[in-house]
Write a protein that binds this ligand. Structure first.
Ligand code: SF4
Length: 298
């Protein structure tokens, strides 16, 4: 007789609930975006992080550009982006991002990066260069940046803010207690501090953050994290279901139902967030433009 697998192994193999089954990305619109990005030698977090919304977003001709290479210097236990020696900074990348965004007909562009703790500026200069290149190539474009914590370096955040994105997004990702297990090289307070500094230094730029739910956090811990984000002045919030990218990543502790996500959306709005996206498939860049507009008109 075989012993029963431990609970954590059983969890890993548990089938996803019906509301989390999605079709695999395919089709001509999806393929044309994939080809365009591949030809330009660009990365997207959509592909690198195995986002479940790829089909929907690529079909709508939108994607989130991931600059500064495809290898992250950190090793977060929930993230599918690969880790390893970072690539050299490519000074031509801003031009290629701007060209690709123009080809896709984008008027609202989301730009993120791998974490580059190896660079003295954390990659802030390249973020700023991408924003400038986009503005030059697409007059009137709005840019949302999803930045790493820059290890708390003030100058790096100032560089990005000075370039004038419409939204400064930095994900808290999870509750404070789970940081050592999920984000061992990050710091809960440092992330909150970055968001608060952005809000103080550039109040016209919307501050945005997000959490993955289902990593083992309690309801009380979620409430504390949301209150901490509001205290930091965060205006836009995303809440989505954590999905285990591979067996080597943290297991899913709980699948929240769509109704539970809806109830968190209402509670977050009642706490004072100007716009909230909350649902099993919500990711920090999901329908980013609509969320930004919601926040502006709130
Ligand atoms: S939700 Fe964001 S990361 Fe996912 S496919 Fe859409 S744009 Fe890409």
């Amino acid at each position: 007789m075989h012993p029963k697998p431990p609970a954590s192994t059983a969890d890993r193999r548990a089938p996803k609930p019906a509301w989390l089954r999605k079709r695999l990305p395919s089709g001509p619109a999806y393929e044309s975006v994939r080809r365009l990005l591949g030809k330009a030698g660009l990365h997207t977090v959509c592909q690198s992080a195995r986002c479940p919304n790829q089909f929907e977003c690529f079909t709508r001709h939108t994607a989130t550009f991931m600059i500064l290479g495809d290898h992250c210097t950190r090793d977060c236990r929930f993230c599918a982006v690969s880790h390893g020696p970072p690539e050299p900074v490519d000074p031509d990348e801003p031009r290629r991002v701007a060209e690709a965004a123009a080809h896709l007909g984008l008027r609202y562009v989301v730009v993120t990066s791998v974490t580059r703790d190896d660079l003295p500026d954390g990659g802030a200069d390249l973020f700023a260069a991408v924003i400038h290149a986009l503005r030059q190539r697409i007059p009137g474009v709005r840019v949302e940046v999803l930045i790493p914590d820059f290890q708390g370096r003030r100058r790096a955040l100032e560089t990005v803010l000075a370039a004038g994105p419409v939204v400064l997004n930095h994900n808290l990702e999870t509750v404070a207690r789970l940081y050592p297990a999920a984000r061992p090289q990050a710091d809960y307070r440092r992330s909150l501090d970055l968001l608060a500094r952005s809000r103080r230094a550039a109040p016209r730029i919307l501050t945005k953050s997000g959490l993955m739910l289902g990593l083992g956090e309690s309801e009380a811990e979620i409430r504390t994290a949301l209150a901490d984000l509001r205290a930091a002045g965060v205006q836009v919030l995303t809440l989505g279901q954590y999905l285990q990218p591979t067996a080597a990543h943290l297991p899913v502790a709980r699948y929240l139902t769509p109704e539970t996500f809806e109830s968190w959306r209402r509670e977050a709005l009642a706490m004072g967030f100007a716009a909230v996206a909350s649902g099993p498939f919500v990711r920090s860049s999901y329908r980013a433009e609509a969320l930004c507009d919601d926040a502006r008109s709130a």
